[in-house]
Design a binder for this molecule. Sequence first.
Ligand SMILES: *[C@@H]1O[C@H](CO)[C@@H](O)[C@H](O)[C@H]1NC(C)=O
Ligand SMILES: *[C@@H]1O[C@H](CO)[C@@H](O)[C@H](O)[C@H]1NC(C)=O
Ligand SMILES: *[C@@H]1O[C@H](CO)[C@@H](O)[C@H](O)[C@H]1NC(C)=O
Ligand SMILES: *[C@@H]1O[C@H](CO)[C@@H](O)[C@H](O)[C@H]1NC(C)=O
Length: 472
Amino acid sequence: MRFLLLLLVPLVAPLLVDGQEDYCFGKDSDRPQTAQFASKTAYQIVKSSNIDKQYLVPGCEAKKMWVFHRHGTRLPKSGTIKKASRLIELRDQIVKNYREAKTKPDTNALCTEDLIAIQLWKGNSSITPDMDEFLTSQGYDDLRGTAKLYQRYYPTVLPKDYNDTYYQFRHTDTQRTTESFKAFAEGLFGTGNAAHPVDIPKDDLLLRPYDYCQSYKELNYKGEGSEYHKYTQSALWNSTLADISTRLGYLYTLDQADILLMYDTCRYEQAWQVDRTSVWCGAFLPEQVTVFEYAEDLKYYYGSGYGFEEDTARLNCRLVQDMLTHLSNPVSPHVIAHFGHTTGLQTLITALGVRKDDIKLRADNYNSLTNRRWKTSILGPFAANFVAVKYDCPAALDKEKAVFFLNQDAVQLDWCSVGLCNWSEVLQRYKTLADANCDEYFCRSGASSLAGGALSSLLASFLLAAVVYLMH
Ligand SMILES: *[C@@H]1O[C@H](CO)[C@@H](O)[C@H](O)[C@H]1NC(C)=O
Ligand SMILES: *[C@@H]1O[C@H](CO)[C@@H](O)[C@H](O)[C@H]1NC(C)=O
Ligand SMILES: *[C@@H]1O[C@H](CO)[C@@H](O)[C@H](O)[C@H]1NC(C)=O
Ligand SMILES: *[C@@H]1O[C@H](CO)[C@@H](O)[C@H](O)[C@H]1NC(C)=O
C-alpha cells in the first residue's frame, strides 16, 4: 500500500502544485486585493454597512449634518492616458513571452484565463488626454448613491425639497468636484433640481489650503530620503518587481514605470466597472498588491497624514472651524456639504486625530503594521466621505451630541462612547484649532503662500551668499 502511494506521488504532485499555485484572478470570486487599491479603490468595495446599526441614537434626534466628500471615480491624469500605447506593447510582449518564447515560469504563472484576457485587452479610445481626471459615469453614480443613502437614514435632516437657506454646497474649481456636487444634488433632489453651490474664491483656502502653503509643499514625502523612497529601494520591493516580471514571462526585471502603469490601469478599470474584472489586475498576485498598498500608504501618511503631523494637522484650521461653527449654531444652513480631494480629506482626518496609529509607518516596519489604522484603501477610496451628524438629546445631561462617520462607519475616538461624542467634549478636544487665527496658524513659515515662499527663498539665498563669503 505504502509502495503504491509512493509510486503515485510523482504523478500527482505536479498537478497539485499547478492547481494550487497558479492564482487566477478571473476565477477568484473573493478578489480581496481589489479592496487594497489605496486612493484608487472603488467605494462600493470598501464602504461600510455599520451605519445601519449606528445612525439611530436612542433619545436623540438628528438635526444637522456637515459633509466633506471626495469626488467619485475619475479618469487618470492625461500623462497616464497618453501611455495607452505602451500598455499595448506590454500586452503583446506578455503574450509573445508565453506563446512564442515559452518563458512561462514554473510557479506563479498567469492562468490561461488571465493570459487570454490580457491578449484580448483593448484600450478605450474614447478616453483622450484632454479628459484629464474627469469624473466617470461610475463616479457620478458613486455620489448620487451616497446622497440617497444618507437621505434614507436621515430623511428629516436631508429633505427632498431644495432650499438654499437650508442647504449649502461648495466644491473646488475642477470638473470632477463640480460633477460630484451635481450628482450628490441629483441623489437628494432628483434631476432638474435648482441646487447651486456657493461661489469659489480665487484662493480656495477652505477646501484646498495645501495649494497655498509653501512649507507644506516642501515636505519630503516621496523624494530621496523619504520613507516612501526607502521602501521602493528595499529588497522586498525589488523582489516584488522581479517576481511580477517573471510571472509575465520576462527574463529580466521590467522598469518600475511599466509595472506601475499596469498596476494603475488595473486599479482604474476596476473602479470604473466594479462588477467586471480588470484584465490588468490578473498580472499581480494578491500579496504583491499588498506590497504596493503599503507604498501608497507611506506616501499619503507623510504627504497628508500623521507622518508630518505638526504641519498636516494644522492645514485644515479653516475647515475644522467651519464644521464646529456650523454644527454649534442652531440656525440654517442645516446641511453643509463640501466636495474636494483626497489630500483635503486625509488632512482633515489627521487634524481630527482619526485612525491614528501608535507606531509611525516606516519603510522597515511593513511586516509589523499589517493591522495598521492608516490604510488609505479604507479611509480614502474614490468618493470617500466624512460626515458629521449633530444630534439633540433633550433628556440627556449633555443635550448636544455628534457622531462622525467615515465611509459609513462611525469613527471610534477614545473620548467618545462607541462613536457617540458629547458636543462639549468635541469643542474641548479641538479647542486649539477652534480658537486659532487661521491666517497665522495655518502655514507656520510664512502665512500666505507666495509671500512666504518668496521670502524664505530670499532668505535662503542670503544665507548661502553669507556662507560663500565666510568660506573665502
Ligand atoms: C470608454 O470611456 C468612456 C469615457 O469614460 C465611457 O463613457 C465608455 O463607457 C467607455 N467604454 C467602454 C467600452 O468601457
Ligand atoms: C428654507 O429653510 C429655512 C430654514 O429651515 C426656512 O426658514 C425657510 O422657510 C425655508 N424656505 C422655504 C421657501 O421653504
Ligand atoms: C533595489 O533596486 C534598486 C534599483 O535597481 C537598487 O538601487 C537598490 O540597491 C536595490 N535594493 C536592494 C536592497 O538590493
Ligand atoms: C457625556 O456627558 C455626560 C454628562 O455630562 C457624561 O455622563 C458622559 O460620561 C459623557 N460621555 C463621554 C463619552 O464622555
